[in-house]
Write a protein that binds this ligand. Structure first.
Ligand SMILES: CC(C)(COP(=O)(O)OP(=O)(O)OC[C@H]1O[C@@H](n2cnc3c(N)ncnc32)[C@H](O)[C@@H]1OP(=O)(O)O)[C@@H](O)C(=O)NCCC(=O)NCCS
Length: 137
């Protein structure tokens, strides 16, 4: 995994991606959580070809500006470029654009994990019996 690896993905904004649909806002425009999800998907895609078998990445940090509103029906492009590798920590520059417009940009960090080890630790921390409450948020 070396700095410079990147990935781009295209997505047409759907009503279900909008703030009024998920309660993160009261207007029908691309929600900030979905903007971030597109950035995460691009970063995950950039890293994926460079992982060992059994490895995956998990998102650990997001620092993003949401700069411009975008209605449903618009095709947007999410881009992620690896800026720095610090052990298992991968730091990406991320952006979502629509044509010339920069809808959002920022930095995103992912952590390379061995999937099975990650799931084993998860089970240890959240045992099925007597674990933390499973109620609603
Ligand atoms: C990423 C995360 C596992 C790091 O956990 P952590 O507690 O900081 O890690 P630890 O201190 O236990 O790590 C100790 C060592 O094990 C390594 N490690 C931890 N989990 C690992 C895993 N599953 N696979 C491989 N190595 C792992 C670390 O690199 C570290 O190695 P080092 O001593 O050489 O630096 C944790 O912050 C996390 O689970 N965050 C939430 C991620 C998430 O759920 N995202 C949303 C879904 S994508």
């Amino acid at each position: 995994m070396t700095p410079g690896v990147k990935a781009t993905l295209r997505h047409t904004v759907a009503p279900a991606d909008c703030a009024d649909a998920i309660g993160s806002g009261g207007v029908r425009v691309l929600s900030t959580p979905h903007l971030i999800a597109l950035m995460e998907r691009a970063a995950m895609a950039a890293a994926a070809p460079h992982l060992l078998p059994g490895e995956t990445t998990v998102g650990t940090r997001v620092e993003v500006e949401h700069l411009e509103a975008c209605p449903p029906g618009v095709e947007v492009v999410a881009e992620a470029k690896l800026r720095e590798v610090d052990g298992r920590r991968l730091r990406f520059d991320v952006a979502v654009t629509a044509g010339e417009r920069v809808l959002g940009r920022g930095r995103h960090e992912r952590f390379v994990v061995e999937r099975e080890r990650f799931l084993t630790r998860l089970k240890e921390k959240w045992p099925a019996d007597g674990g933390p409450p499973t109620g609603r948020l």
